[in-house]
Design a protein around this ligand. Sequence first.
Ligand SMILES: Cc1cc2nc3c(=O)[nH]c(=O)nc-3n(C[C@H](O)[C@H](O)[C@H](O)COP(=O)(O)OP(=O)(O)OC[C@H]3O[C@@H](n4cnc5c(N)ncnc54)[C@H](O)[C@@H]3O)c2cc1C
Ligand SMILES: NC(=O)c1ccc[n+]([C@@H]2O[C@H](COP(=O)([O-])OP(=O)(O)OC[C@H]3O[C@@H](n4cnc5c(N)ncnc54)[C@H](OP(=O)(O)O)[C@@H]3O)[C@@H](O)[C@H]2O)c1
Length: 446
Amino acid sequence: MKKVALIGTGPCGLSMLRSFEQAEKKGHKIPEIVAFEKQSDWGGLWNYTWRTGTDEYGDAVPNSMYRYLWSNGPKECLEFADYSFDEHFGKPIPSFPPRAVLFDYIIGRIKKGNSKNKVRFDTLVTGVTYNGTKFEVLSLDKKNKKIHKDLFDYVVVSTGHFSVPYIPEYPGMYSFPGRILHSHDFRDAEEFRDKNVVVLGSSYSAEDIALQCHKYGAKSVTIGYRHNPMGFKWPKGIKEVFHLDRLEGHKAIFKDGHVQEADAIILCTGYLHHFPFLSEDLKLKTRNRLYPPKLYKGVVWQDNHKLFYLGMQDQFHTFNMFDCQAWFVRDVIMEKIKLPDKLEIEKDINKWVAMEENIKNQSEMIDFQTEYNKELHKFSDYPKIDFELIRNIFKEWEHHKVENILTYRNKSFLSAVTGSEAPIHHTPWETAMDDSLKTFLNQPTK
Ligand SMILES: Cc1cc2nc3c(=O)[nH]c(=O)nc-3n(C[C@H](O)[C@H](O)[C@H](O)COP(=O)(O)OP(=O)(O)OC[C@H]3O[C@@H](n4cnc5c(N)ncnc54)[C@H](O)[C@@H]3O)c2cc1C
Ligand SMILES: NC(=O)c1ccc[n+]([C@@H]2O[C@H](COP(=O)([O-])OP(=O)(O)OC[C@H]3O[C@@H](n4cnc5c(N)ncnc54)[C@H](OP(=O)(O)O)[C@@H]3O)[C@@H](O)[C@H]2O)c1
């Protein structure tokens, strides 16, 4: 029997497990799967922890999510085609759920099956090499301090790429008297109440952490962008200025001459694709982009077709894209999808990379990833989902953010799976301080 190693059980790994489970339900014989997960539970980034730095075994904490994080995109864009929000919660729920609600949804689907017994928890993959016919996978059982060596026919890497922070240095950091942290270690905005906070970056973490700090009572938030400002209509208390030049004592001095007193610097400067466990010939090397090269259909390693990566793209689409990828990979492993020859593979990769390099704005980014998803969807029996509706929702969402960055999360959308309409949340996001599942779901009935 073929043997598959699945590394990581975040949303991508769970999509992979679900895809095999669905094939088995339809009566297909599936390969033996061993999933490795370095945390003690599944769910990846959505499995919140208070910890930063290292865990109780000395292993790096992968989590980058924080308390009070709410979905930054409409849930309708990420809904699973085979397991709707309505099915999970028994009723339509608002479009922008907090972290605990999305975690419950992700876990709810996989919990129904028996995939958990395929996972070795608290087990860190430390080495993967290919010997010409098989992959040798080394793993560390963190609890029992035992190293295991197993042979596999296929390897699926689903270890995420928002866990290892990219940390630049600016002059004056060495002697800055306040706190400097990366968004990876940001956990609770309450910490910055009444503080002057400087946020560096101009992408989603910078945007959301600036808003969080503002919402939870920071005295001021100053965002330093490096290339382009986000340009939202920021509320009083948040401003966006050009690029940090240096720190002098408590002063943050920006290249546009702006000077700001700072108690804390939060580096929202992105993450590294980091695969220390993979041998060089198997290792994806890329920045955060929509189509990392060397991956056929975004998932098959060009130099070894028995190695797959899931979710390595920058992400507008998430959970249902991970599903489309997993269903595709499953069918390559189960030989239902025949890969073309090397030349075709190269041509296809180059075509997508060239298209990505021509993208000029966010709207085209959304179009690109929607087309990618539609392309993958054609290959497998992943259930029908209305990607055109999802494309439109993303574009509307973008407009809502431009209109008012504080209120975009109060909007509602139609499901691309069930067609049902999300209710408006009972409390506007700006004043909703309790992000618990119970409070969120406690929606008054009409
Ligand atoms: C702060 C933040 C907020 C986000 N918010 C949203 C949002 O609102 N909506 C949205 O759709 N997406 C959001 N995302 C995007 C996020 O990337 C996806 O939602 C999703 O978590 C990606 O799933 P994944 O399985 O690829 O990776 P992860 O969720 O990172 O899971 C990877 C798993 O692999 C495990 N692992 C890593 N290395 C090893 C190893 N060597 N051995 C064994 N196990 C290993 C980790 O423990 C982890 O469980 C957010 C990302 C961040 C950083
Ligand atoms: N649910 C939520 O609300 C939420 C919250 C946070 C994050 N997220 C998710 O988390 C993921 C990661 O987002 P991210 O923003 O952390 O990473 P990212 O999208 O990769 O952006 C990295 C940012 O770092 C900036 N940067 C890099 N080096 C810098 C330097 N030396 N000085 C100043 N700026 C620098 C980049 O600026 P340039 O553009 O100038 O290169 C870019 O703006 C996304 O998928 C996002 O959706 C979601």
